[in-house]
Ligand binder design. Structure first.
Ligand code: NI
Length: 183
């Protein structure tokens, strides 16, 4: 099932999402739906708040990008906990399915260590770096109620204000179903 993707300005994107209790949600089905929604929008990551669910879960799949290091990078993260963010900060131009047609450089640490459960509720502790870490950090931000635009300078945000307002109103070109809060 393809969900509409929630647009910038919706309060669900600013909430800290809730931990999942094992058995409370069919995570197999939900992760399948989230992958389907993400592929339909040509994304490499999708967090549950972006489909209107304030729960601590996200999916990633970078295999279609042909970026080195992302070939087999397909995973489901449930109740993830960021344990470490270390290494040099490096800029990368990020985008977000909830903020179509805007891309900006964001600085993030190069290496992370994270605890998480997969869709079969196996627990993992894993280190990620480079673009894998970058995608996870972006999605992890989503379940903390943080968007990539929150990392931009006040000046940059002011410049983007009009565009962001239009996105909230649904006045944006996206080739996937969207749900805009001010529409
Ligand atoms: Ni995003």
């Amino acid at each position: 099932m393809i969900y509409p993707i929630v647009m910038y300005g919706d309060p669900v994107l600013k909430q800290k999402a809730e931990e999942l209790e094992q058995g409370s949600v069919d995570v197999m089905q939900l992760s399948e739906d989230m992958f389907e929604t993400m592929y339909n929008a040509n994304g490499v990551g999708l967090a549950a708040p972006q489909i209107g669910k304030s729960i601590r879960m996200f999916v990633v799949d970078g295999s279609a990008t042909e970026e080195p290091g992302l070939e087999d990078f397909k995973k489901v993260f449930i109740n993830p906990q960021m344990l470490e963010e270390v290494g040099r900060e490096w800029p990368y131009e990020e985008g977000c399915l909830s903020i179509p047609n805007i891309r900006e450089d964001v600085l993030r640490n190069e290496v992370i260590v994270m605890d998480y459960y997969d869709e079969e509720w196996n627990k993992h502790r894993e280190e990620f770096d480079g673009l894998q870490a970058r995608i996870i950090q972006h999605e992890y931000d989503h379940i903390e109620g943080v968007l990539f635009t929150d990392h931009l300078s006040p000046f940059k945000r002011r410049v983007l204000k009009g565009k962001l307002l239009n996105i909230s109103k649904g006045k944006v070109k996206a080739d996937y179903p969207i749900k805009a809060p001010l529409k």
